[in-house]
Design a protein around this ligand. Structure first.
Ligand SMILES: NC(=O)C1=CN([C@@H]2O[C@H](COP(=O)(O)OP(=O)(O)OC[C@H]3O[C@@H](n4cnc5c(N)ncnc54)[C@H](OP(=O)(O)O)[C@@H]3O)[C@@H](O)[C@H]2O)C=CC1
Ligand SMILES: CC(=O)N[C@@H](CCC(=O)OP(=O)(O)O)C(=O)O
Length: 345
C-alpha cells in the first residue's frame, strides 16, 4: 500500500483528497494535518467521511513523523508555505503541491503576482508542472509536482490543441471564466457568504488575476509567445468552472477539421472529452468527477472559434488531478480512485 499524508486537510482541497482517496485501492491515509482542529475527529468536520475514516483524527504537523511514515505528501496550504515545507520534507518523498509555489518558472513574475518571495529556486527548477495530459512523461520521473490552478487547467485543456497546432493568432485569445465559490477555499471571507454571493454574479480581479501568467507560460511552451485576455467571474454555486473562450484562427478552418483536431488529441485520454456537436458542457455533468467536457464551434459570420470547457474546480482543477499525477508518478493506472461520474441533479 502507498502511505499518503495531507498537509492542510481541513480545507476544501484537503477534504476532497480524502473523499477521493478513501476509495483508492492502493492508498492508506496516514497523517492528516490541521492547526486548530488537531486532535478532533475528521468525521465531525467532514461527516461525509464518517463510515470511511471512523475515529481518525486530524494531527498537528510533524515533519519528521510525516517523513518517516509517508510515500506521498499532498500540500494543500495557501501559497507561500510549500516552498519551506518541500525543503523540510527532503528528496526521498514524493510531493504534490496544490498551491502555486512551483508553478511559475520566472521568479520575478511569481513575486509580482503573488506578492510573496520565491525562496526555493533550486526546487522550482526541478519541479514538474502537473497538467497530466501534457506532461505525463516528465511526471513519471518527478519527485515534486506543481499541480496547476483550476482556471488554468480548464483553459489549457481547451486551448492547447489549437496553440500546439499553430492554428490561431496567439494574441487573440479571450477567456471568459466562471467559478463556483469553493474555488476561494474554506476560510471565512465575507465576500463568500450566502447573503453576499448567493443570487449574485460578478467579475473579479480583471487584468491582474494570478492565473494569467500561468496560462501564458504554459501556452507559450508550444513555441509562440501567447498573450491572453482573462476575466474570472464568481458563480453562486458551490463547484464548477465554465470557460467560454474566443480565438481568431490564422486562416479559415471548418468545424469538421476543428472537431477532428480535438478528437485526435484526446482520443486516448480518460478524462478529457469532446462532446457531440449538438451538446454544450454543463457544470453538473462533471460535478464531483475528474472529467473535462469540451465543445468547439466555428462562427461562420465572424470566422472566430469558440471553445466551451467545464471541470469541477476541486477535482480536475485540484485534488483529482493531484491524484492522477500521483498515480502517474507511482506507475499506477492513472484512473485509480477517480472513477466517479458527475452528479446530476
Ligand atoms: N479551492 C480550489 O478550488 C483550489 C485551490 N487550490 C489551491 O490549493 C491550496 C489549498 O486550497 P483550499 O483547500 O481551497 O484552501 P482552504 O482555505 O479551504 O484550506 C486551507 C488549508 O490551509 C491551512 N492553513 C491556512 N493558513 C495556514 C497557515 N498559515 N499555516 C498552516 N496552515 C494553514 C488550513 O488549515 P487550518 O484548519 O489549520 O486553518 C486549511 O487546511 C491553495 O494554495 C489554493 O490556492 C488549487 C486549485 C483549486
Ligand atoms: C473562486 C476563486 O476565488 N477562485 C480562486 C482560484 C482557485 C485556484 O485555482 O487556486 P490557486 O490559487 O491555487 O491557483 C481565485 O480566483 O483565486
Amino acid at each position: 500500500m502507498i502511505n499518503v499524508s495531507i498537509i492542510g486537510a481541513t480545507g476544501y482541497t484537503g477534504s476532497e483528497l480524502m473523499r477521493l482517496l478513501v476509495n483508492h485501492p492502493e492508498v492508506t491515509l496516514k497523517h492528516l494535518t490541521a492547526r486548530k482542529l488537531a486532535g478532533q475527529k475528521i468525521s465531525h468536520t467532514f461527516p461525509f467521511l464518517t463510515s470511511f475514516l471512523k475515529d481518525k483524527c486530524f494531527v498537528t504537523l510533524d515533519i519528521e513523523q510525516i517523513k518517516q511514515d509517508s510515500d506521498v505528501v499532498f500540500i494543500c496550504l495557501p501559497h507561500g508555505h510549500a516552498m519551506t515545507l518541500a525543503k523540510e520534507l527532503g528528496e526521498d518523498i514524493k510531493i504534490i503541491d496544490l498551491g502555486a509555489d512551483f508553478r511559475i518558472e520566472d521568479s520575478d513574475t511569481y513575486e509580482a503576482f503573488y506578492k510573496l518571495p520565491q525562496t526555493a529556486p533550486d526546487l522550482l527548477a526541478k519541479a514538474v508542472y502537473g497538467l497530466t495530459e501534457y506532461h505525463r512523461e516528465a511526471i513519471k520521473g518527478a519527485q515534486l509536482i506543481a499541480n496547476p490552478g483550476c482556471f488554468v487547467t480548464n483553459a489549457l485543456l481547451a486551448l492547447s490543441p489549437l496553440v500546439e497546432s499553430n492554428l490561431i493568432d496567439s494574441e487573440s485569445i479571450i477567456i471568459d471564466s466562471k467559478s463556483g465559490i469553493s474555488g476561494a477555499g474554506r476560510s471565512a471571507n465575507v465576500d463568500n457568504l450566502l447573503s453576499e454571493a448567493g443570487n449574485n454574479f460578478k467579475a473579479y480581479n480583471p487584468l491582474q488575476h494570478r492565473h494569467i501568467p500561468e496560462i501564458e507560460q504554459e501556452l507559450s511552451r508550444f513555441g509562440q509567445t501567447v498573450q491572453i485576455q482573462f476575466t474570472p467571474h464568481l458563480l453562486p454555486t458551490e463547484r464548477g468552472i465554465y470557460s467560454t473562450i474566443y480565438v481568431q484562427p490564422r486562416s479559415n478552418i471548418s468545424e469538421e477539421a476543428l472537431r477532428q483536431l480535438y478528437k485526435d488529441k484526446y482520443a486516448e485520454e480518460a478524462f478529457v472529452h469532446l462532446l457531440d456537436p449538438e451538446q454544450l458542457p454543463t457544470t453538473k455533468a462533471v460535478r464531483g468527477s475528474n472529467h473535462c467536457h469540451i465543445q468547439v464551434k466555428v462562427d461562420q459570420r465572424t470566422g472566430r472559434i469558440i471553445i466551451f470547457s467545464v471541470i469541477d474546480n476541486l477535482v480536475k482543477g485540484a485534488s483529482g488531478q493531484a491524484i492522477q499525477n500521483m498515480n502517474v508518478m507511482l506507475g499506477l493506472d492513472e484512473s485509480l480512485g477517480l472513477s466517479q461520474s458527475g452528479v446530476m441533479p
